[in-house]
Design a protein around this ligand. Structure first.
Ligand SMILES: Cc1cc2nc3c(=O)[nH]c(=O)nc-3n(C[C@H](O)[C@H](O)[C@H](O)COP(=O)(O)O)c2cc1C
Length: 216
């Protein structure tokens, strides 16, 4: 039996189109509209999952999935381990990019900007809203470092359960949020015959955003 040929995977994008007239002037408002569509579309699993690209001190890019946990005019927030590879990258170079691929809607959103730590208050508030197992998990994992076995992690989890048996699981110092303060957005909608619609939002001098159509 032959294995699937990636070159034969072909799909016509016909779900919608994007025009300058229908785009909202504010990219965060536009994002809100598309995020609402994505969360209302059952085929879009994890609508808040996004790829986060970072670049290390030597110029090597890397990326991984993180979950969007808040967004507003100030930026786009995710939470992670402040000693992870992504955190080390951000410390050396705060310029990052985000990609939300809502493929079931034939859409993607790209965001570029600078990552900055959220306040400790914001981190702790979110941490305490997480299920207890997730909170314990944050204590267990030295994210991105080599670990010899899964059983070692499970042993550490049991240790943490005992350590915090009598009360709240506090937020570790090495865990917290980043806010990506956006400096560019791109909204992409797949079109028929590979004539897709793509629009960039760029900051204008007066504080508003300039919208440009991009060749797809
Ligand atoms: C669906 C999904 C959601 C994830 N969400 C997060 C997240 O919100 N925060 C996080 O630190 N890692 C998250 N991860 C794990 C990261 O992708 C990554 O493996 C981990 O953060 C280590 O990345 P780094 O070594 O590049 O720092 C998620 C992975 C998947 C597949």
């Amino acid at each position: 039996m032959s294995t699937p040929d990636p070159a034969s995977q072909r799909r016509s994008y016909e779900r919608g189109s994007l025009t300058r007239e229908t785009l909202l002037p504010d990219p965060v408002a536009q994002f809100r509209q598309w995020f609402t569509d994505a969360t209302g579309t059952p085929e879009v699993i994890e609508p808040n999952a996004m790829s986060l690209a970072t670049v290390d001190a030597g110029g090597q890019p890397s990326l991984r999935t993180v979950l969007l946990k808040a967004y507003d005019e100030r930026g786009f927030v995710f939470f992670t381990n402040y000693e992870s590879r992504k955190a080390r990258d951000i410390a050396a170079n705060p310029r990052v990019a985000l990609l939300l691929p809502w493929l079931a809607l034939e859409r993607q959103v790209k965001i570029e900007g600078r990552a900055e730590r959220v306040s400790r208050t914001e981190t702790v508030k979110y941490f305490l809203s997480r299920p207890i197992g997730h909170r314990l998990g944050a204590w267990v994992s030295q994210q991105s470092s080599v670990v010899s076995s899964r059983s070692l992690l499970l042993t550490k989890l049991e240790e943490m359960k005992r350590r915090f048996a009598d009360g709240e699981v506090p937020c570790p110092d090495f865990w917290g949020g980043y806010r990506v303060v956006p400096s560019r957005f791109e909204f992409w909608q797949g079109g028929k015959d590979r004539i897709h619609d793509s629009f960039a939002y760029l900051p204008a001098a007066d504080g508003s955003w300039t919208i440009e159509r991009l060749a797809p």
